[in-house]
Design a protein around this ligand. Structure first.
Ligand code: ADP
Length: 673
């Protein structure tokens, strides 16, 4: 719009609406039943700004001048109407802070107040002007003032909300059903208005409240402003034609009536809207609270699970250690098996320590208590240490580890212990999550100012959806019945350590069964300096000799060290022991040659202990006693085992004495077969 256009538009609108007002129900030539220009002027100034006032003044002046007022009376009447609009605009914009959507009670009460108060200005000026100019007989002053005031007030309360809402309110967006309801409700307003104001019979004007209540409750401010304009128009025209409850003699009463229903229904609608909004707000808060609660309870659940898993994971190495200690006790001093047993104990102490270290580190990081001791270090040396410290797990799982070292020495400014921890974690995971005999590659790639370390395996892989989640604390992928080792803290800890080094970590995998690659990128050091890191020597392993046996036992445990330790122990006690590491192997072996006693771990990599028992007991004559030996020692775990058909449930770690006591307890089972 060009600059003058709003002025012109307002001038024309004001003039035309005023002209119609003056022609339809003139009183004393200049006052009228319904003064819509007041409402138009106020809406225009509220929306377009107070600077539009000259258009209001010019239009009002022209209107009164052409309606028979003299120059000065027309001038003063124009001034009065302009001041009324300016005062109203000030109150609505600066005191009420009107929202154009008119959904708040405050906005509508503000409109009601303005419609009652500001016409007092124009009424006073108009009355004084016309009395002074001699156009108004003194005995009609009060009546004139009342008509002028109520006509302006009604004009404001009908026109201003309608114009503001329909021109400036937010976009009208309803469903087809809502449009249909609005149309039907408006039709009801229309028909009842016709019934009240267009039939000669004297009907009750307040019948109109029925459809208006519907509109107010269901269609909001937009519907009600339209309905009120429509109802007012029909009521005015019908009354001027001499119909309806007021008739030509009751024009003043009609004005009061129109004012009342408009003020009432605007306020009512906004009350309904505020209530709806408050309900929505409440529902939102309830929703947020519920989400927060479920987050808290899922975190709580994760912590509880974590504790159960921690206890389980600590029991495994403890079991192996206990068995080894018992073996040591049974041996003569200086026996040639001693170093191997000591080595087993050492390895498990190491495993337990690193597990506890991880947990403590996570807790330190979350309390901001972990500090890095940074120095400039050669990456190669750290890599050598990592390879050393993971040697045994790679050997045990018969993996091939290929290290592609960088041809040039690479230096990083980092905490060497922590970098080693990062790489060892990744190498351990690669070894753990790759089937025996796998291939793991450690390589490096250099980019501007950074070095990327790649740990790539051809293991069980990670699905796309899980790739984001594996870095969450305590998260472990549930892979069917495959037992999960570890605590779910390795990767979150790794990521936090990488973050502390201002590096990044990412995972790549084509999906399950297709291997994984973890890439850690670290900033290269600016300076070159060689630190000294001593390589660690690995202990030697020796095999134990077998001893003559009496009772046949099949030990099933996927923790090879634990299985071996227990079988050595039992062998030394004179039993004939076989060992397998998976559920399927257990079923096969037990069927091929049923042992007297089957010692069965529950968490196995393929089918779990429950399933093994189930399959074996399909044969009602299966002769062996089955003992569950697991890290899960809660009462419900024991019950579950017994219900699944186990004859006994033992919790790791278990000593030789306890084992043999249990054998006695279950003796009758195999003795009777
Ligand atoms: P944990 O190994 O103790 O379960 P981590 O935080 O180290 O915990 O790993 C989280 C999960 O990410 C593991 O449960 C495992 O399923 C998956 N994961 C980690 N590394 C690998 C890998 N190299 N290949 C496949 N899955 C992996």
């Amino acid at each position: 719009m060009r600059r003058f256009e709003p002025y012109l538009l307002l001038f024309i609108l004001y003039f035309v609406v005023g002209r119609i007002g003056l022609t339809i129900a003139p009183m004393w030539g200049l006052a009228t039943l319904l003064w819509l220009p007041s409402g138009v002027a106020l809406a225009a100034l509220v929306i377009g700004g107070w600077r539009l006032w000259p258009a209001v003044f010019a239009a009002a002046f022209a209107l009164y001048a052409t309606a028979g007022a003299g120059f000065f009376p027309a001038l003063f009447l124009g001034v009065g109407n302009t001041i009324e609009a300016l005062v109203g605009t000030y109150i609505l914009s600066h005191i009420v802070g009107l929202h154009y959507n008119l959904r708040h009670v405050r906005d509508n009460l503000g409109l009601v107040a303005v419609s009652l108060v500001t016409p007092i200005v124009s009424t006073s000026i108009a009355t004084a002007t016309l009395v002074l100019s001699g156009d108004l007989p003194p005995h009609t002053v009060i009546e004139f003032a009342l008509v002028w005031w109520i006509a302006s007030a009604t004009g404001i309360i009908i026109a201003t909300p309608f114009v503001v809402k329909w021109l400036k309110g937010p976009k009208f967006d309803r469903t087809p059903a809502q449009y249909a309801e609005l149309a039907v409700a408006l039709l009801a307003v229309f028909l009842i208005s016709l019934f009240i104001f267009w039939t000669p019979t004297n009907q009750l004007a307040y019948y109109l409240c029925i459809p208006l209540t519907w509109v107010a409750l269901r269609t909001g401010p937009r519907g009600i402003t339209l309905a009120l304009v429509m109802a007012s128009a029909l009521a005015t025209i019908g009354t001027l034609q001499g119909n309806g409850p007021y008739g030509l003699t009751g024009l003043f009463a009609l004005s009061v009536y129109l004012y009342t229903i408009c003020a009432l229904f605007l306020t009512f609608t906004s009350t309904v809207e505020e209530r709806k909004e408050a309900q929505k707000e409440l529902a939102k808060h309830v929703d947020e609270l519920e989400q927060a609660l479920s987050k808290i309870s899922s975190e709580d659940e994760a912590k509880k699970n974590f504790l159960a898993i921690l206890a389980h994971e600590l029991r495994n190495p403890l079991a192996a250690m206990l068995s080894s200690v018992e073996l040591l006790r049974l041996q003569k001093a200086g026996s040639e098996e001693t170093p191997a047993l000591v080595h087993t104990i050492g390895e498990h102490v190491h495993a337990m320590r690193s597990m506890l270290d991880d947990v403590l580190d996570i807790s330190r990081i979350s309390r901001n208590k972990l500090t890095l001791r940074k120095e400039v270090v050669a990456l190669d040396l750290i890599v050598d240490r990592c390879v050393h410290s993971t040697e045994s797990i790679f050997r045990n799982r018969r993996h091939k580890l290929l290290v592609h070292k960088s041809p040039h020495p690479l230096f990083i400014e980092a905490d060497p212990i922590r970098i080693e921890q990062i790489l060892v974690n990744l190498l351990n995971n690669a070894a753990k999550y790759t089937d025996p005999g796998g291939r793991i590659e450690l390589s490096f790639s250099r980019d501007k100012g950074t070095i990327a370390v790649h740990v790539k395996d051809n293991g069980i892989g990670i699905s796309k959806s899980m790739q984001k989640r594996i870095f969450e604390p305590f998260f472990q992928i549930q892979r069917g019945k495959l037992a999960t080792e570890g605590l779910g803290v390795g990767l979150p800890l790794t990521r936090q350590l990488v973050d502390m080094h201002k590096g990044t970590i990412e995972v790549k995998s084509q999906g399950e069964g297709r291997g994984s690659e973890f890439i850690v990128t670290l900033p290269l050091a600016a300076k070159n300096q060689r630190p000294a890191i001593k390589p660690i020597s690995s202990a030697k392993n020796k095999t134990l000799r077998a001893v003559k046996n009496t009772r046949s036992i099949l030990v099933v445990d996927d923790n090879e060290a634990a299985a071996l330790a227990i079988s050595r122990l039992l062998t030394l006690r004179g039993h004939s022991v076989r060992t397998v590491y998976t559920g399927t192997a257990a079923v096969e072996e037990a069927r091929r040659q049923p042992p007297d006693i089957l010692i069965l771990d529950i968490g196995l990599p393929d089918i779990d202990g429950y399933e093994v028992t189930h399959q074996l007991l399909l044969d009602p004559l299966f002769p062996s006693a089955i003992i569950a030996l697991t890290g899960f020692g809660q009462t419900e775990d024991k019950e579950k085992a017994i219900n699944a058909g186990f004859h006994y449930h033992l919790t790791k770690p278990v000593g030789l004495q306890e084992l043999e006591k249990t054998f006695k307890k279950v003796e009758h089972i195999y003795a009777s077969t």
